[in-house]
Design a protein around this ligand. Structure first.
Ligand code: GLU
Length: 290
């Protein structure tokens, strides 16, 4: 059991593909820091994507992590088992007027942002900022569409959200030597971010914030590709009255061409390296761990 002062780390893979060296780096760094702080290391399977998450991939992830020599404190959290909780929290934001249903398809948004502005403003992921079409929808029409079962996702009303949680936004960042600094956050650059998916599932942003709090995570260690998302997470934490963990966003492991590793780009899976005879010790050494 952990006391109130025990640091809690987590590795939180999405079972959308096999783990590659980038995942191994993140998992090993979390484990390393947990050992150095006599903390706990948790595993969370972020299986919120009903199409891409597959049970056999979850088994494969567990097997790869065990092969690497990583041990996690029980239980392993599976996000797909908590969809009702995420829905309830989303409903609470909607009831406060801070989230609204969005009936726009991706192609409709693309078409609209293409016609309304020459070079549309984009969020940190490069997605054009939502033009706010459904935010302006009259309440009666919204109610009719919802009652008619029209497919919809849910968006944060960013302007209302920041006025409901006023003040400057910041979080504590730490480096692997546990030097800390304050980083200012700008959630507004995400615009009316999607927090509930059209397929009924939660968004990554909502689930990660709720789960880090639920699991008592004190130290989030994840890739730099998620650094900008932290700005939005800090806002959600404030809206829900949750504590902010400390964050370390580590550099990404790149392939020989300098590209970020991704299954879609054919990056070599840990399972392939293992099949080729690479040992866990060699993986550790290759990633700079002793
Ligand atoms: N599930 C996310 C991923 O695999 C990581 C989420 C996080 O660490 O906050 O990219």
């Amino acid at each position: 059991m952990s006391g109130p002062a025990t640091p809690v780390f987590r590795f939180a893979p999405s079972p959308n593909g096999r783990l590659h060296l980038g995942h191994a780096y993140s998992a090993l760094l979390n484990a390393d820091l947990a050992v150095r702080t006599i903390g706990r290391l948790l595993l969370r399977i972020e299986d919120i994507d009903p199409v891409r998450s597959r049970p056999e991939l979850i088994e494969a992830i567990l097997s790869d992590l065990a092969w690497l020599g990583l041990r996690f404190a029980a239980p392993v959290r599976r996000q797909s088992r908590h969809m009702e909780t995420y829905r309830a929290k989303l409903g609470a934001l909607a009831a406060r007027g801070l989230a609204y249903p969005c009936f726009c398809s991706r192609s409709a948004i693309r078409a609209r942002t293409a016609t309304t502005s020459g070079s549309a403003a984009v969020d940190p992921d490069g997605t054009p900022l939502y033009p706010g079409t459904c935010r302006q929808m009259p309440e009666a029409e919204r109610a009719t569409r919802l009652a008619g079962g029209k497919p919809h996702g849910w968006r944060l009303d960013m302007a209302r959200a920041v006025s409901a949680a006023p003040g400057a936004y910041a979080y504590r960042a730490f480096d692997p030597d546990f030097e800390e600094r304050s980083v200012s956050a700008d959630p507004v650059r995400w615009g009316d971010a999607m927090i509930g998916r059209r397929d009924g599932a939660t968004s990554y942003h909502l689930a990660v914030v709720l789960d880090d709090a639920e699991q008592g995570v004190t130290h989030v260690v994840r890739g730099l590709d998620l650094e900008a998302a932290t700005d939005l997470h800090v806002l959600l934490q404030r809206l829900f009255g949750l504590p902010s963990p400390r964050y370390h966003h580590h550099g990404l492991i790149r392939d020989a061409n300098g590209e970020k590793l991704a299954k879609s780009r054919g990056s070599i899976a840990l399972a392939d390296l293992r099949a080729q005879g690479t040992s866990p010790a060699e993986i550790r050494a290759r990633l700079g761990f002793s």
